[in-house]
Write a protein that binds this ligand. Structure first.
Ligand SMILES: [Zn+2]
Length: 206
């Protein structure tokens, strides 16, 4: 009988933090030992939690290839996984996570003032990923889609601050803000995350 399943498999579950010892092989590195640092697996399997966690995994994977050499990204991941596992609504944590991830990667949108003219954002603004942050009503040219009102802008700023810290669950995103952050992530990724589409499907399933 051939052993087809690695005896490390249980320690290398989805989003499990583990310390690995690797042996450099001829074509692939071989794992010679694996120790679990933190596993939230049992709390992540609930479908909507799993879907939200899949977005986190996909984005970290897509943005930080080939590895997690960026300490800030690793720290963010280590903070967000237990937060997702313990959240009643894991999806609500995503916009904040996404803003933190963009910040760790040095591509966070500028939110303090209009990125074009530098004037304060008034009663409305637009998060324009191409421009690199918020635009005021004078500088925004294309239609009403993506408009954020004063409350949304305040919500967006609260979600994005303080930078570099852990991911508290206290602030959840307004719907318009969640959409704007999603659009910003899509812009930087060059495509919509596959797991975000899955999350949408799940949200529309009664
Ligand atoms: Zn402006």
């Amino acid at each position: 009988m051939r052993r087809t399943k690695s005896h490390f498999a249980g320690r290398l579950e989805f989003l499990t933090e583990a310390e690995l010892t690797m042996h450099a092989g001829r074509s692939l590195d071989v794992i010679t030992s694996a120790t679990i640092v933190d596993s939230q697996w049992e709390r992540l399997v609930e479908p909507s939690t799993f879907a939200a966690a899949s977005v986190v995994a996909e984005l970290v994977d897509a943005f930080s290839e080939p590895d997690l050499a960026q300490p800030e990204v690793y720290a963010l991941l280590a903070a967000v996984v237990p937060a997702l596992a313990g959240a009643d609504d894991a999806r609500a944590l995503l916009p904040r996570f996404e803003l933190r991830l963009l910040d760790a990667l040095g591509i966070a949108p500028a939110l303090d003032a209009c990125v074009r003219c530098g004037h304060a954002i008034g009663a409305e603004g637009w998060l324009d990923p191409d421009a690199g942050g918020l635009l005021c009503s004078q500088c925004h040219l294309r239609g009403d889609a993506g408009r954020l009102d004063a409350g949304d802008i305040e919500n967006l700023r609260a979600l994005a601050a303080p930078r570099g810290g852990p991911v508290p669950a206290a602030v959840s995103a307004n719907p318009a803000v969640a959409r704007a952050v999603d659009a910003t992530v899509t812009y930087h990724l060059g495509k919509r995350a596959r797991s975000s589409a899955f999350l949408d499907e799940l949200a529309h399933t009664p």
